[in-house]
Write a protein that binds this ligand. Structure first.
Ligand SMILES: Nc1nc2c(c(=O)[nH]1)N[C@H]1C(S)=C(S)[C@@H](COP(=O)(O)O)O[C@H]1N2
Ligand SMILES: [Mo]
Length: 332
């Protein structure tokens, strides 16, 4: 096994998921010498990323991701397998079928990448991804992702707290919201050139300042211990686990501190269906379907895995206080 070249290793031996599970076990236990010897070689070798069928990021990024701190808290939910997380996606810049992003996002060039920081902050300007990541602590976070379409997954992200980044730019007292923008590039994101698009590109999202600063809110650069695949929003995407998935904007090029609530893509498109807050809420149905339950992937066609949706996607203990005094039926 040690001397196999990467081309000799069958993909089945090194699925990111199995490697990942072993890595978690490996990292999570205080190992004696015996256990160390039993740890699979593929786990110990940091270069496992190079065996990936997924397009890779630069070496420096793979290394940073491999060094990320393991998740502190175990999540009871079973992880959604890697193949599902990376092949069943919403990323309308590449098409509207769930399989389109995995098929068509090869045109996206996530490296090099830079992010513009703008608006009400003492420091603003453009920062490249490597410099941006040099000043934050990468860690693993296992989160439930609940799409407004009533399906969900459990994904082990690698990322950092958005608040840790935002503080560095010293937002002023006028900064009440944070607005995010996805890359606008018709060559890299072909659907942005379509005359039949349902969205007014580029994709935009936003959070209230306290939501943006909440420790559960992260920017992700990886998943399953590997560089974020293009279809999942490479190289940098938001993850807000207590809100519907459409808030978790992908491939971010701009972060702006604003005084007023920013316009957000789905809210602009259909304000009666998609609110600015978009907190997961089983008691407030979408006008065209119930939000009381969800299809947890993977889910069979003949034996669908239907579970109850939880208030704030199960993160109520951490975030409910952000919305005290608000009518969540009106501010949905
Ligand atoms: N730029 C951009 N970001 C986006 C979307 C999109 O179409 N474009 N879709 C959103 C929706 S509806 C969901 S459910 C999640 C899906 O993330 P995933 O494909 O990584 O599971 O991304 C969100 N972020
Ligand atoms: Mo979604």
């Amino acid at each position: 096994m040690l001397i196999k070249s990467s081309s000799d290793i069958k993909e089945s031996e090194i699925t990111p998921e199995s490697v990942y599970r072993d890595r978690r076990r490996f990292m999570g236990l205080a190992l004696g010498a015996g256990a160390l010897a039993a740890a699979p070689v593929a786990v110990a070798k940091p270069g496992f990323v190079t065996d990936s069928p997924v397009r890779q990021g630069p070496e420096w990024l793979s290394r940073r991701i491999a060094e990320a701190k393991a998740s502190p808290d175990p999540v009871a939910d079973e992880l959604t397998p890697y193949e599902h997380v990376t092949s069943y996606n919403n990323f309308y810049e590449f098409g509207y079928d769930k399989s389109d992003p995995a098929k068509h996002s090869g045109s996206l060039k996530p490296h090099p990448w830079s992010v513009e920081i703008a608006g009400h902050a003492e420091k603003t300007g453009s920062v490249n991804l490597e410099d941006l990541l040099a000043k934050v602590t990468l860690q693993e976070r296992v989160y439930r992702l609940r799409c407004v379409e009533a399906w969900s997954m459990v994904i082990p992200w690698v990322g950092f707290e958005l608040g840790e980044l935002l503080k560095q730019f010293k937002p002023t007292s006028r900064a009440k919201y944070v607005a995010f923008t996805t890359l606008m590039d018709k060559e890299q994101m072909p659907e942005q050139a379509s005359r039949f698009s349902t969205i007014d590109w580029p994709y935009r999202e936003g959070l209230r300042m306290d939501e943006a600063m909440h420790p559960l809110t992260i920017l992700a650069v990886g998943l399953y211990g590997k560089v974020l695949p293009n279809q999942n929003g490479a190289p940098l995407r938001l993850v807000v686990p207590w809100k519907y998935g459409f808030k978790s904007i992908k491939s971010i090029v701009k972060i702006e501190f604003t005084e007023k609530e920013p316009a957000t893509s789905w809210n602009v498109r259909a304000p009666n269906e998609y609110g600015f807050y978009a907190n997961v809420n089983p008691n407030v149905d979408h006008p065209r379907w119930s939000q009381a339950t969800e299809r947890r992937l993977p889910s069979g066609l003949f034996s669908p895995n239907i579970i109850d949706t939880q208030m704030f996607n199960g993160y109520g203990d951490e975030v409910a206080q952000l919305y005290r005094g608000m009518d969540l039926r009106k501010q949905f």
